[in-house]
Design a protein around this ligand. Structure first.
Ligand code: NAP
Length: 265
């Protein structure tokens, strides 16, 4: 059990009590784990996902632990809906301190294989949606004295990835964009960091599993390719999300935090 999965108890751990966080793509995987961790550690969390039911299930899971949160259906490619949800959060709680803009898209293939629509959708989800969400949140954060924006990239944002041209290109672009935002808004005490996971065992890898020729081959690939010889867990990712969201990282901005068992060394 990681720190993020543990109910808050350590008095020295910076609490998120009084903080308000919104997470996109939080109905599953890393976003879910991060949202649950922030809620366990005291934040008021708005759990959003394309599928409203999945987001609601996360709130139910928290409720069974005695932790409260709210949920909403939110498609991050819908600009107006993203702004409206952020505004609604501020209207409800008075401020927003953490945005974890997490939802993303992976289409496999090299230059000749990726359909142009796949490249466009990768750009829309992996870059543009983060731009829109970050733009919607900065004014609120500035008015409240600062905040932390966490944008999910990938370790494919800092290294190149075999036959993943649309994914690697857009994940690099979002690291660059996050650094630019960090430089522009540091004076407002708004921190922007990108989260760069390696292989984390979630439904997100279904396409890569097919590309590799099935689960067994993927398992072999992971144990051979990752220096630590294994998948990362969503709990390990949630620990990093807590770090970026909380006062444990107050002097850190513009960073690409790679958590990948050494894959991109
Ligand atoms: P996941 O378990 O599949 O969760 C992603 C969630 O986002 C799903 O509930 C998904 O819904 C939702 N979603 C998809 N499109 C959306 C949209 N337009 N608006 C709002 N929500 C949407 O995946 P994950 O492991 O958490 O990974 C997601 C993010 O982490 C991506 O940005 C990805 O690039 C990054 N990442 C993951 C890994 C990894 O190994 N898992 C590694 C590096 C980076 P549906 O299931 O209905 O599509």
């Amino acid at each position: 059990m990681t720190l993020a999965e543990t109910p808050f108890s350590a008095p020295h751990f910076p609490t998120l009590k009084g903080r308000v966080a919104l997470v996109t793509g939080a109905g599953s995987g890393i976003g879910r784990a991060g949202a649950m961790a922030m809620a366990r550690h005291g934040a008021k969390v708005v759990v959003t996902d394309l599928d409203a039911d999945k987001a609601a299930q996360v709130v139910e899971a928290l409720k069974s632990e005695g932790v409260s949160a709210t949920s909403a259906g939110l498609d991050v490619t819908d600009d107006k809906a993203v702004s409206a949800e952020i505004d609604r959060t501020v209207k409800t709680y008075g401020h927003i301190d953490v945005l974890h803009s997490h939802a993303g898209y992976q289409v496999e293939g090299n230059l000749e294989q990726v359909p142009l629509e796949g490249l466009d959708l990768s750009w829309k989800l992996n870059v543009r949606s983060h731009f829109v969400a970050a733009r919607a949140v900065v004014g609120h954060m500035r008015a409240h004295g600062g905040g932390s924006v966490i944008i999910t990239s990938s370790n494919s944002g800092v290294q190149y990835d075999r036959e993943m041209i649309a994914y690697a290109t857009t994940k690099h672009a979002v690291v660059a964009m996050t650094r630019q935002m960090a430089a522009d808004y540091a004076k407002d005490n708004i921190r922007f960091n990108s989260l760069c996971p390696g292989f984390i065992d979630t439904p997100f890898n279904a396409g890569f599993e097919t590309q590799m020729g099935g689960r067994e081959k993927l398992e072999r690939y992971v144990s051979k390719t990752i220096p630590m010889g294994r998948w990362g867990t969503t709990g390990e990712m949630a620990d990093s999300i807590l770090f970026l969201a909380s006062d444990m990282s107050t002097f850190m901005t513009g960073h690409a935090l790679v958590i990948d068992g050494g894959e991109c060394i």
